[in-house]
Design a protein around this ligand. Structure first.
Ligand code: SF4
Length: 412
């Protein structure tokens, strides 16, 4: 895969070396097991895959290059480039401005953005409406477009569904930038509806099979369907696409559920005329990171740490998976861990920050599973490991622990 030029301070001496050792010994990524980083009194089980993905590195490279190449121009990003507070803060520090926040609220009025300004499209892509607005202003879009190719792949799949008159059901978070962009691009080709989870899939099936009324649909799915949508007409043929970062198991369960509802309603022999059997549109990074996290669940860990932005969809799903087995702390970085041994972590279900005292159990060796989201720099994971080490007495030094990793994988 292509390599990108990203600022050196996002790279990591520790995690970077572990990733290099693992890819040298397993270039085809056949071994999904975590890496053991053994500090004696504390052992880290590090997921096989995590951290910056193709789309994020591409977006970072273009954004920093644009800042370097155009010091005298106004440079805007349509919204956060990726969902990582450290990266976004660094870009703001360098003078870049965000036009909208993550929910699409305006931060810079459109009439302050002019034709000779640079506007970078983030990795999530953007809506057709915003693309048209930029074009009308005479702003050059293509040269500063960091939309991830795995997102445009979803749009192409939606277009294909539209060609065969299928309504596009988008499994995603309707407020998320990527899903707003996918909804807008899908709407050019067909009608579309966004569902967030299995509960909404079940609710939708009541309208697909006309068990519930049209007015109830408009109320229940307000803001999540295309203009002119008629549930009595537009649910006769459907296909499913996904936000690229959803939970793979949920995505599959939703597609299976919708197919079964259509089979029950129209009969199994008619299903081909009503349901497009397509594969999910999750990206490679989501699949690799979630599979590596499932392997991490097999580690003999006492607790888990997940590092990433709290608005990062892919990171939230890694935390969800680990919560099934371990006490899991979802943190933005080393700053969430205090000298007194407490940790401030995000409870994504209640959407609150909680503090847990003495989260490092009084145990030796203490075993910690760790991973991070696709928008989290490896350097931040390094800092978290070093912060934990600073709270543990008498541990081996990082060079020794790393040497053991080298030996473990040198003959494999
Ligand atoms: S998570 Fe997937 S879709 Fe999103 S930027 Fe990364 S590679 Fe692209």
């Amino acid at each position: 895969m292509k390599s990108f030029d990203i600022p050196v301070y996002y790279k990591s001496p520790l995690i970077g070396q572990i990733k290099n050792i693992r890819s040298a010994s397993d270039p085809k990524k056949k071994d999904p097991s975590p890496t053991l980083l053994n500090f004696g009194n504390v052992k880290f089980h590090i997921a096989r895959h995590f951290g910056f993905c193709y789309g994020v590195e591409n977006a970072i490279e273009i954004s920093y290059r644009t800042l370097n190449d155009h010091p005298n121009r106004n440079i805007y990003l349509l919204s956060q480039m990726i969902h990582n507070p450290l990266v976004n803060a660094d870009l703001l520090d360098r003078g870049l401005k965000f036009i909208q926040d993550t929910e699409g609220n305006q931060l810079v009025p459109w009439d302050e953005v002019h034709g000779d300004d640079i506007v970078i499209t983030p990795a999530f892509g953007t809506t057709r409406e915003i693309e048209d607005l930029l074009k009308k202003k005479g702003i050059e879009i293509a040269a500063f477009d960091t939309t991830c190719p795995f997102v445009t792949r979803v749009w192409k799949k939606a277009a294909k569904l539209g060609e065969t008159d299928h309504t596009i059901i988008i499994h995603g978070k309707h407020e998320h930038e990527e899903t707003r962009a996918t909804f807008s691009h899908s709407a050019e080709h067909s009608h579309a509806v966004v569902i967030r989870d299995m509960n909404e899939a079940k609710a939708l099936s009541e309208y697909m099979t006309q068990k519930k009324s049209k007015p109830a649909f408009y109320k229940e799915f307000e803001g999540k369907y295309t203009p002119g949508f008629d549930p009595e007409i537009h649910f006769k043929k459907v296909g499913v696409v996904n936000q690229t970062t959803m939970l793979a198991t949920e995505t599959q369960a939703i597609a299976d559920f919708i197919k079964k509802s259509m089979e029950d309603h129209y009969g199994i022999e008619e299903i081909r005329n009503h349901f497009a059997d397509t594969r999910d549109t999750l990206c490679y990074a989501t699949n690799e990171n979630q599979n590596a996290t499932l392997d991490l669940l097999q580690a003999p860990a006492d607790l888990a740490i997940v590092v990433g932005g709290y608005n990062s969809s892919n990171t939230s799903h890694l935390a969800e998976l680990l919560e099934e087995k371990f006490p899991t702390y979802y943190i933005e970085g080393a700053g969430c861990i205090s000298e007194d041994g407490s940790i401030s972590h995000f409870n994504q279900h209640e959407k609150v920050i909680e503090t847990t005292e003495k989260f490092l159990l009084n145990k030796s060796p203490l075993q910690i599973a760790i991973t991070s989201g696709a928008s989290c720099p490896d350097a931040v994971v390094d800092e978290v490991i070093h912060k934990v080490l600073s709270l543990v007495q008498d541990h081996r030094n990082p060079e020794e622990a790393l040497e053991e990793v080298k030996q473990n994988y040198s003959n494999s």
